[in-house]
Design a protein around this ligand. Structure first.
Ligand code: ADP
Ligand code: VHF
Length: 373
């Protein structure tokens, strides 16, 4: 756990004034007309005189819109269902997107750089570290990296889900302190259609309100943004969902203005590695534990020992991510399992190895207890 600046409960948004590194995620529906120029001006104003090499404020953009632009470019009547045609549309549209970014950011004198990622890239620790290095160098050089999913090669099992999720996985990678999700709504809306200004508990307050996307252009709807907010806040980033057409939105958000929906970061964020284990890797199996083991890992931060394991499910390799499930069927943690499923099943319930050693199934350094809130 790493401490972040605490949120002042009487002025929760005051903490946004300390933003040094922001991720702007912009959805397909919002990338029309002069959207690129407005983004470029916003970014230039935020970076201000501290822009350029060697510190100050920096921005990463996660941009959707490749498929929507590719559909137009290829003259397709509607969004294709066939995966190869979706990939073709993404490839054709991505170059238009980048052209728009190049033109707009050129006018404000800021270089941009294209970074295309798949989930398989970020699920691999070595490739994640490569991406971290490249992004760090780009930021140090004063660039704005423009990230999108590498849709031309991504198929279902290597997709992030959507770019809201991609942005939430990039947050710990670049140590962002703000994730601004820009869409075609002014924020999370309640059942009466009123904007929710502040969400303290994502599980209790935000999840019940969020629905899917209705347009066919956007991908995950508000449900996806709320899940992305959960992941990013656990990585120590504050999150704001706001309307992309609000003028000067980034500056207004960091000045603490009551605009959009604000999700404060958790006070004690997960380290980048633990966040990666719990929220980037996909669990390949399940370790079912008894009540004693559940209590030991949740309350006492212990490793999972074979003696507390009731059962194992799934096909995975030693070192793969797994879910840890308690006897009530609740997923309480995620971690990297040291054993193969057959070895874990063989030692389940066993107190010690023949040599007298306790058998560690998931070591505490590789284990992340999931917050229930
Ligand atoms: N409670 C809610 N508040 C606001 N928007 C919601 C809510 N539930 C569902 N939505 C839908 O989520 C959409 C935004 O998500 P999405 O279509 O994925 O956009 P984007 O392309 O910007 O990512 C809104 O246009 C709206 O239709
Ligand atoms: N990678 C895809 C976008 C996927 C996506 O998440 O879209 P959106 O819901 O509009 O943010 C593309 O560039 O078309």
């Amino acid at each position: 756990m790493v401490e972040r600046d605490a949120v002042d409960l009487s002025h929760p948004r005051a903490v946004l004034g300390k933003t040094r590194r922001a991720i702007l995620k912009i959805g397909s529906k919002s990338l029309t007309g002069d959207a690129w120029d407005r983004l470029a001006q916003d970014v230039a104003a935020f970076r201000g005189h501290r822009a350029g090499r060697g510190g100050g404020r920096s921005v990463v953009i996660v941009s959707s819109g490749a498929i929507a632009h590719g559909i137009q470019k290829l003259g397709l009547k509607s969004r294709p269902k066939d995966i190869a045609w979706l990939q073709a549309a993404a490839a054709a549209g991505q170059s238009i997107l980048m052209q728009r970014y190049e033109e707009a950011f050129d006018k404000v004198g800021i270089p941009v750089a294209q970074v295309l990622l798949t989930h398989a890239d970020l699920a691999d620790r070595a490739r994640t570290n490569n991406a971290r290095g490249a992004l760090g160098a780009l930021l140090e050089a004063g660039c704005v990296p423009i990230i999108n999913e590498n849709d031309a090669v991504a198929v279902e099992e290597i997709k992030f889900g959507d770019n809201d999720q991609l942005a939430s996985m990039v947050a710990p990678l670049v140590d962002a302190d703000l994730l601004l999700l820009l869409s075609d709504v002014e924020g999370l809306l309640d059942a009466e259609g009123r904007r929710v200004p502040l969400v303290r508990s994502i599980v209790a307050e935000a999840r019940p309100l969020a629905g899917g996307s209705t347009s066919g252009v956007g991908t995950g709807g508000m449900t996806s943004k709320v899940e992305a907010a959960r992941r990013a806040t656990l990585a120590g980033a504050h999150v704001v969902i706001a309307h992309a057409r609000e003028p000067g939105i980034l500056g207004r958000v960091v000045s603490g203005e009551d605009v959009g929906t604000f999700f404060p970061a958790v006070p004690q964020r997960l380290s980048a590695r633990k966040h990666w284990i719990a929220y980037t890797l996909r669990p390949r199996g399940v370790i079912l534990v008894d009540r004693g083991a559940a209590e030991a890992i949740c309350a006492k931060n212990r490793s999972i020992l074979a003696v507390g394991v009731l059962g194992v499910r799934g096909v995975f390799q030693p070192g793969d991510a797994v879910s840890v499930v308690d006897p009530d069927g609740r997923e309480i943690a995620r971690g990297l399992c040291r054993l193969s499923p057959s070895d874990a099943a063989r030692v389940a319930g066993q107190k010690r190895e023949e040599e007298g050693e306790e058998i560690v199934v998931i070591h505490r350094d590789d284990l992340v207890v999931l917050p229930m809130e």
